[in-house]
Design a protein. Sequence first.
Length: 206
Amino acid sequence: MLTLYFAPGTCALASLITLEESGLSFDTKNINTRENEQRSEAYLKINPKGRVPALATDRGVLTETPAILAYIAQMAPAARLAPLDDPFEFARLQAFNGYITSTVHVNHAHRPRGFRWADDQAALESMKAKVPQNMAESFELIESTMFEGPWVLGEAYTIADPYLFVMTGWLPSDGVDPARFPKAHEHYARMLERPAVQRALAREKA
Ligand SMILES: N[C@@H](CCC(=O)N[C@@H](CS)C(=O)NCC(=O)O)C(=O)O
């Protein structure tokens, strides 16, 4: 049995959507990040990083969204969530998800979690002020050089799509109008039509 530790409104939504797409049997545990449950003694035993998502499997706990997404895709080959038999395409997929995790997510985190990088108020405000520009630059790059359409990698839906979906969903709170990025904006609407996405969003609200 798989158990996904997640919190609503976080990057864990990409893993939740992917589990819903996979057809695998899974359970979820909602970690209350508003009350810092991710730092509780009990949760730190599951994920010492104090973050969500974490995926408990029969063989141990996995963390880091790109790793979790690739694991789910490999555990559910029939769901065709990644180009598992094409090393180059799979590397392209990992490059996209690597860019999201190392750059886009980190750009965003400078707004709600700037305290990871600085203590003084002026530096925190300065980091926050830069977030719209950094997010917009990332989305410009995604649209002009990475996104193929209708899905990130082209005709086939993959585990890159829920990850982009989460980042696009964060744009308004980061002070960026998603309509500035028509490909990502339309992709977001396309994602909302998928039953797995609807089920994942319903689970977030439950
Ligand atoms: N690199 C990790 C980042 C995980 C992460 O930062 N998760 C955020 C939610 S989006 C979190 O748990 N934040 C709580 C905290 O920083 O205390 C991944 O991609 O899974």
